[in-house]
Ligand binder design. Structure first.
Ligand SMILES: [Zn+2]
Ligand SMILES: [Zn+2]
Length: 818
């Protein structure tokens, strides 16, 4: 017989035991070639750009792991890989800050991340771990670049780009927040003209948009698909030509509101529009040139901010509004961007806020061309409605009186007939700029030859290794640090053999992470990026969990890359993530965790004190997984006490081999209710609800003094996704072999989830006045209380004194009043 001491729950011992067993027995490594029910459970891999993971990271990883473990208990072969997004500016900046070379620092950080992820008990298939900095990985990142290049989807262009003077590199538009650097909220982003590499993601805009509505391809969180829709920014409108006088040609504009054409009272060109020099009148040239020079010093993003004070100058030129035939003045202003549309707009100040502000400032005419019945259409006010239902055209010649929606369509058709314009669909999306003037990334595999131009590095020469250099820091020149190393960058041209130089830019870290899910199942193959059969078995990812901050960057880029690979024949599917759910965020005592606030919580001490299982349960109990919760130290003892009570319950039935015990009806009902509730909650990622249901089941069992072995076993299985080591140990104590994760998830009987109810007739002074419905075995006091609440009974008892109550169990309740 075991003594009392050994029954004590010792999380450190239990967790160490099971972690080493999982490793020895390869418990978490499904057979990637033969698994009959593959389920690819993926969590966004971390950037090792810090010493370790904080509780916010642990919350996300645990939530993903809970789902993977749950699916495994549902009979799936779950592949849950992990790796490190270790290239890129986050990691490099961290290394610069610490004054340590990233090649030395990053592996050290990875080792600590790996230790933490093991300690928390993630079901990771460590044999398939990867790091994007490993030449065996980035060889294939470079290969991908070449596939895009060959398919005509990668190109080089000299263009205006966002430049962060702190990062000393180019930023994608997605990385600029209201004119400031995403990583440096105090640093204004500048505009620079640089030769850059781009991917033609805009070619895929329509498909990236339409697939969002296709549930057979992607079932994603609504917030995420909406963010992508907004980012893609599809609009339907018209391209319209406004003729310039004489042989001056025309100014082409794109508008989403051709119905407002009669209200176009002036035009605005982007200051860098190529027509500006040609059309500017001599009298205005000095002012125009000065203004253009001023705008050239501004960054692209702050120019897009809508509510700032309007500036601009008149060019002295006029164009003809094709609808009215009238001449309207042509201005230049910084709020019009060359990058969007045609770099020119027809200004409709009666129905556009920015145009209205501009017209007000410079005294330009404001004509309303849309009004609702009863409105004074002659007041020069702003009516910037995007929903034009109920509006009809005014001041619009032959179209006056027509509903706005009809006019949109018919005016576009008229413009096409008259040769003034064409119906056009546009997107807000830009091509993806993938080159970075930094060190810590995969060199772009291109060789520039003075005779041949850009020549791709032959695939058999991959990888182009990132050289080990000491002066890796970026400078303000806009040239990559690799350009300082002639011995690295001079190479013979692969096409003609003459002296050529390597591309010195490295690729964006978002390229590394746009395909990592394809590499995981194929890490052992050195001769291919991803194996066709493996990819067919495991792809697309069944469940992907990650932060919504990646809604438009990583998730959009990954989708784009999968589409290209699909189109060139490397992939069977075109949508990489069948299901995506965004996790919530953890705050600390009500405030967002951040290093600057000093409230970042490192999980290690909590795990050392309470154990990983308690910590996991606590994190999952903080709030709904997709919303997040508030981390307070005071809450963690609750889950620990819960586990101790379950531990004791397991002890009570550990050595009972016969199910001789009669199980209380209410516990049976509770058991079926709990299985149902937990199952539904797991599917919905409502982990806090699942844990609450388990706690209720425990209470019901303790109240009924029940330690039925079958129910306790069910409970251990239901708990296993949250407290895997604990459940393994309990399972073994209850006679389980191998692992609790090969047990079957409990099922429920719908009929048994409803408590057995009975109807009790209620008499007052011997006369039947009503009946109450109560659970079988309800106490007399509960039945009497329920009876007294009934109106039919109240009528005869109110204001009277209850002298006596007679209860015939299961048959009758008689209330004697007087
Ligand atoms: Zn920056
Ligand atoms: Zn050449």
């Amino acid at each position: 017989m075991t003594d009392q001491q050994s029954f004590r729950y010792d999380p450190q011992a239990v967790e160490a035991k099971w972690q080493s067993r999982w490793a020895e027995r390869h418990t978490n490594e499904p057979d990637l070639d033969r698994a009959p029910r593959p389920f690819y459970n993926l969590m966004m891999f971390p950037y090792p750009s810090a010493e370790g993971l904080h509780v916010g990271n642990m919350f996300a990883f645990t939530g993903s792991d809970v789902f993977g473990r749950y699916k495994r208990l549902r009979g799936f072969d779950v592949f849950e890989p992990i790796g490190f997004d270790a290239f890129g500016i986050h990691s490099e900046n961290y290394a610069i800050k610490l004054g340590i070379h990233p090649a030395e620092l990053i592996p050290r950080n990875i080792a600590n991340f790996r230790r933490q992820l093991t300690r928390i008990g993630g079901m990771f298939s460590w044999r398939h771990e990867l790091s994007t900095t490993d030449p065996a990985y980035y060889k294939w990142t470079q290969w991908l670049f070449l596939q895009l290049y060959k398919a005509g989807k990668a190109y080089q262009k000299n263009g205006a780009v966002n430049w962060c003077p702190e990062c000393k590199t180019v930023l994608a538009n997605e990385q600029v927040i209201n004119g400031f650097c995403e990583r440096h909220p105090d640093t204004r982003v500048e505009q620079r003209a640089l030769e850059q590499w781009y991917f033609r993601i805009t070619d895929y805009a329509e498909r990236l948009l339409s697939n969002l509505d296709d549930r057979s391809k992607m079932d994603w969180s609504d917030t995420t698909t909406q963010a992508q829709r907004n980012w893609l920014g599809r609009s339907e409108g018209a391209e319209i030509d406004f003729a310039l006088g004489g042989d001056g040609g025309a100014i082409r504009v794109y508008t989403t509101r051709p119905d407002t054409l009669y209200g176009a009272t002036f035009m605005v060109l982007a200051p860098e529009h190529p027509l500006v020099a040609q059309i500017t009148a001599e009298s205005e040239r000095a002012a125009v040139d000065a203004y253009r020079a001023h705008v050239a010093s501004l960054d692209l993003v702050s120019r897009k901010v809508g509510d700032k004070d309007k500036t601009g100058v008149f060019t002295g030129a006029y164009a003809v509004n094709p609808a009215t035939g009238g001449k309207i003045p042509v201005w230049i202003a910084d709020y019009v961007l060359m990058e969007y549309g045609t770099g020119a707009i027809m200004a409709v100040p009666g129905h556009d806020e920015r145009d209205f502000a501009f017209a007000r400032k410079f005294g330009l005419p404001i004509t309303r061309v849309l009004a609702r019945a009863g409105q004074d259409a002659d007041a020069p006010m702003l009516e910037a409605e995007t929903d034009t239902a109920g509006y009809a055209l005014v001041h619009s010649g032959m179209w006056t009186g027509r509903p706005a929606a009809e006019a949109h369509r018919d005016l576009t058709a008229w413009l096409e007939r008259e040769g003034h314009g064409t119906k056009t669909v546009r997107f807000r999306l830009y091509d993806w700029c993938i080159s970075r003037q930094r060190y810590w990334g995969p060199p772009i595999p291109i060789i520039h030859c003075p005779s041949c131009g850009p020549v791709p590095v032959p695939e058999e020469d991959l990888p182009v290794l990132l050289p080990a250099i000491d002066d890796f820091r970026p400078d303000d020149s806009g040239v990559s640090p690799l350009a300082r190393h002639e011995e690295w960058y001079f190479v013979p041209c692969p096409a003609c053999g003459q002296r050529a130089r390597r591309e010195t830019d490295v690729s964006d870290t978002f390229l590394d992470s746009a395909w990592y899910y394809l590499r995981y199942p194929s890490t052992e193959f050195a001769d291919r990026a991803f194996d066709a059969a493996r990819t067919r078995r495991w792809g697309p990812v069944a469940m992907y969990i990650g932060g919504n901050e990646h809604a438009v960057l990583h998730l959009l880029y990954s989708r784009f890359l999968a589409m290209v690979l699909h189109d060139v024949g490397h992939l069977e599917f075109e949508e990489p993530f069948a299901t995506f759910r965004a996790h919530g965020l953890i705050v600390k005592d009500g405030a967002k965790m951040s290093k600057s606030k000093g409230n970042v919580v490192i999980p290690d001490d909590y795990i050392a004190k309470w154990g990983a299982d308690t910590f996991r349960m606590y994190l999952m109990f903080l709030g709904p997984f997709q919303e997040g919760g508030d981390f307070r130290d005071s809450g963690i003892s609750g889950p620990r006490r819960f586990l101790e009570k379950v531990w004791d319950l397991v002890g009570q039935c550990e050595h009972v081999t016969l199910a001789g015990q009669e199980v209380h009806q209410s516990v049976v009902v509770k058991r079926h209710q709990t299985v149902k509730k937990v199952t539904e909650a797991m599917e919905a990622l409502s982990y806090n609800t699942a844990i609450a249901a388990l706690m209720e089941l425990l209470n019901a069992m303790r109240e009924a003094n029940c330690s039925d072995r079958h129910i306790v076993k069910d409970m251990v299985v239901l708990l296993a996704p949250f407290a895997p080591h604990f459940s393994e140990e309990c399972w073994e104590r209850l006679g389980g072999v191998t692992t609790v994760f090969s047990a079957a998830w409990p099922t429920w009987d719908e009929g048994l989830t409803v408590e057995d109810m009975m109807d009790i007739p209620v008499q007052v002074n011997g006369k039947t006045r009503g009946k109450v419905r109560v659970p079988h075995g309800a106490e007399e006091s509960a039945i009497a209380a329920a009876a007294m609440r009934q109106d039919a009974v109240k009528r005869f008892t109110e204001g009277k004194e209850l002298k006596k109550q007679i209860y015939v169990p299961g048959r009758l309740l008689n209330l004697v009043v007087g």
